[in-house]
Write a new protein. Structure first.
Length: 115
């Protein structure tokens, strides 16, 4: 699996996790609290990884660009993959990521519930 594919899979999973936590609305936009910040539960889980909604939005946008086949520099791709891995682990509470499952079975598809 190349870097772009890994980012695409991880970003799909990230968006799924954010929806489960009520942070993304049905349009894929981040929901903020009344003070314009990420909800406290998410801030606590992502402490040390993501400092604010703008950083999370940037990570989501890089993932969406990867899924659309937009150009991403190697440095940005590597950083986004590493960040997405850590954020997904923090949100899911698990070390197992969809990328690992897909790599083992030899298929590549966006992560969906139950896969």
């Amino acid at each position: 699996m190349n870097e772009r594919q890994a980012i695409a899979v991880l970003s799909s999973y990230l968006e799924h996790l954010l929806r489960l936590h009520g942070v993304l609305d049905k349009y894929g936009e981040i929901k903020l609290d009344n003070a314009g910040r990420l909800p406290v539960e998410i801030r606590d889980r992502l402490d040390g990884f993501i400092e604010n909604a703008a950083e999370l939005r940037g990570l989501i946008n890089i993932g969406r660009d990867a899924r659309r086949g937009e150009p991403i520099s190697p440095a940005v791709a590597n950083a986004a993959r590493l960040m997405a891995e850590e954020v997904c682990r923090a949100l899911s509470g698990s070390d197992e990521l969809p990328e690992a499952r897909l790599h083992r079975c030899g298929t590549l598809k966006p992560w969906t519930r139950g896969s």
